[in-house]
Design a protein around this ligand. Structure first.
Ligand code: UTP
Length: 296
């Protein structure tokens, strides 16, 4: 029987070079999606899945992230004096969400290195990793089925999604085996960002993982790989190959997900989420309609 999951690790220390110059002085995880920074959606998703102990791995721009999940007394009293309870709630909500902890990565030496920085906090417990720039639509559950599969198999579970075959070089790509459990599969192999002609499938690793603590020992000895970074994918491949701590399972997610570190995906996330909002949706829909006719 594996231990209960309570801890979430959110790496947010990458350089965000695809989004320069916006990310020159601000982490990409703080870019607003409608009116909330991307990272808040991710923390809310962790909390919805009972992962209330959140460790964020931060980089040189740590202040904005820490401040967002803290109280701002002067702003709160100004809103209180105005009697603006609605806005007051939006401001205090992020501070009350979870039990937040922070650790710095130092140099951004890759996702595997960022995850290794959580070892002291997590100890000998299973934990979830949610990438801070990877946003899953609230209407589609990814962590729920992963946590259930982890409880059933007592082993690591990673999230997968189908991507267009010509985009495999943007992702870690998996070779999987059907185990007769529908969207839960066994991972046979993983390769980081293969060229389309070398890709073993079009099943890409997305930014949600439920990891057994055995991953730490593997990461300690994982050499820098693609891009000279310590890759989490490389450590997971070893875990799968050598069947360490029960090997690796995958959950094939078929819902909506946005990489907010990518400009086009970021814009799609804003439009999709704004369209479902009562205060913005109807007017935006009308405007999009007019705009698309105007461009024809
Ligand atoms: P990405 O590869 O998308 O982040 O990492 P990046 O390196 O910042 O992006 P670009 O390509 O330069 O635009 C996925 C997640 O892992 C974190 C990032 O912050 C992001 O949430 N990460 C990545 C770290 O925390 N540390 C690292 O060394 C690398």
């Amino acid at each position: 029987m594996s231990k209960r999951l309570t801890k979430a690790v959110i790496p947010a220390a990458g350089l965000g070079t695809r989004f320069l110059p916006a990310t020159k002085a601000m982490p990409k995880e703080m870019l607003p999606v409608v009116d909330k920074p991307a990272i808040q959606y991710v923390v809310e998703e962790a909390v919805r899945n009972d992962l209330t102990d959140v460790l964020m791995i931060t980089g040189r721009n740590k202040n904005a992230l820490e401040n967002h999940f803290d109280n701002v007394p002067e702003l709160e009293s100004a809103l209180e004096e105005k009697g603006d309870q609605t806005r007051l709630l939006t401001v205090t909500k992020s501070a009350d969400l979870a039990d937040m902890h922070y650790v710095r990565q130092g140099a951004p030496r890759g996702l595997g290195h960022a995850v290794l920085r959580s070892r002291m906090h997590v100890g000998d417990n299973p934990f979830a990793v949610l990438l801070g720039d990877d946003l899953v639509d609230e209407r589609d559950d990814v962590l729920g089925p992963m946590i259930a599969a982890h409880a059933k198999h007592g082993a690591t579970v990673i999230a997968l999604m189908e991507v267009p075959s010509d985009l495999t070089d943007h992702y870690g790509i998996a070779t999987v085996e059907d185990i007769g459990e529908g969207d839960i599969v066994r991972i046979v192999d993983l390769v980081e960002k293969p060229n389309p002609e070398d890709a073993p499938s079009n099943l890409a690793v997305l930014g949600r993982y439920v990891l057994e603590p055995a991953i730490y020992d593997i990461l300690e000895t994982t050499e820098p790989g693609k891009g000279n970074e310590i890759q989490l994918t490389d450590a997971l491949r070893r875990m799968a190959h050598e069947n360490i701590a029960g090997g690796v399972y995958g959950f094939i997610f078929r819902g909506r997900r946005y990489d907010t570190g990518d400009k086009l995906d970021y814009i799609k996330a804003i439009v999709r989420l704004a369209l479902q909002r009562e205060d913005l949706g109807p007017m935006l829909e009308q405007w999009l309609d007019v705009e698309s006719h105007r461009r024809k």
